[in-house]
Design a protein around this ligand. Sequence first.
Ligand code: DC
Length: 480
Amino acid sequence: MWHCDRVSWSLLCWCQVRHLTYDLYFLAPLAILAVCFFSLRYHEPELCSLKMIVTIDGPAGAGKSCAARGLAKRLGFSFLDTGALYRAVTLAGKRRGVNWLDAEALAEVAAAAEIRLTDDRVFLDGEDVTDEIRALEITTLTRHTADNRQVRERLSALQRELAAGRNVVTEGRDQATEVFPDAECKIFLTAADEVRAQRRYEDLRARGEQVTLAEVLEKQQARDRRDHEREYGGLQKTPDSLEVLTDGLTPEEVIDRLEEIVRSRQKRLPVVKTETMSLWYKFVRIWCRLACVFPFPCRVQGQENLPATGPILLLSNHLSHLDTIAIATASPRRLRALARESLFVGPFAWLIRSLGAIPVGSAGATLSSLRATFRHLENGTAMLIFAEGSRSEDGELAELQPGFTILARKKNPVVVPMAVAGTFEAWPRHRWLPRPGRMAVVFGKPIPTDNLGEISDEAFGGVVAERLAECHAAAKRLRG
Ligand code: DC
């Protein structure tokens, strides 16, 4: 009897535990879903520090590259080696056998060269030239590119483009004076002539170059003179730059000192509102990603071009209903998109609403949609706008509707051009249901908007159209 009781009691317990397990399997996802959904109510824009540009200028051999690279790493910023750009153009000129005294020809070389920088590599027309541009011959020849006004203008524009909307440590000669006069933190790094020459000498010897210290010192003095006397972009210490002397300091000590300066500046920076992803948004995004892996594999490029903080105006081409899903799952920032009013009445209306879409009339943006978009940009949202207004008829880029210029002018967001490819093939306008297919999303470099006050809507629209076409071509290539 006693034995029988024990057996039935154990069985009962086992059944209860099994039940509980089944309940948990069933209830846990529901609970997660509920928490994610209700998180919407309490989700507020975050307050983050404004993006920061740190310029490090100074004479050759002051240890700028090493210090700037180390500092960027410690701060989690991007590093921009502007000297490498001048060197890369010089290498391109040498390869094309350019006449160094022909300023026009050199400017053409600079315009044609495709230079790409990562934090530690330099690419010229797709080839890694990181070591080649450091050769003594290139160092000596670089004065021709550095003295050329057109080359300087082209490379300064490229530097602003590379830094737009990002936290950056940049080093060179003219960063605080010409390229980023409004930088949040400016440092002038220098050292005694002999110390600089000794460093450069050791550096060259380590790379197997046959030089003497006296030669290096002599060349350095000539370069210093040229850097100071250069008509455009000459080396100067601005009154708002902080001078740091690196004599007798180890590279680590220099980086410590610079980090201390930047962090104290950072504390005084204004904060900027940034709308981040709510739990619900993350939940839906992950599910969309998983659901799309097999039917719609998507390649993504240029996510680093989206600033981590502040308002963004993402201007895209529009091919299909799948675009918003492809872009939102590819974007590292939470997006809000404008959507046709008719979508807000169907079975998915609540979902579209919960993800923060903004309704627009069939004839285009209404006053209320414009107001909502303004409000979201003020809250630091990344707004996705399909610049053509409606889906493409043939998969190609149509004429842009100029409505986005008012958003760019009034709320001063970072304007990022982008494009999708492959969504038209998967689900074009005229088909009822999608079919599987490859896709690609490319986020382009932000379009500088500092000069927006001086140019017309048409001119700005022209720049956007050009950049969108570039992104679309890149997306098609990426899709393969
Ligand atoms: O920093 P570096 O030695 O890599 O620079 C190479 C050359 O480019 C040097 O002669 C100065 C020039 N330069 C310039 O004129 N302006 C810059 N912003 C960076 C470098």
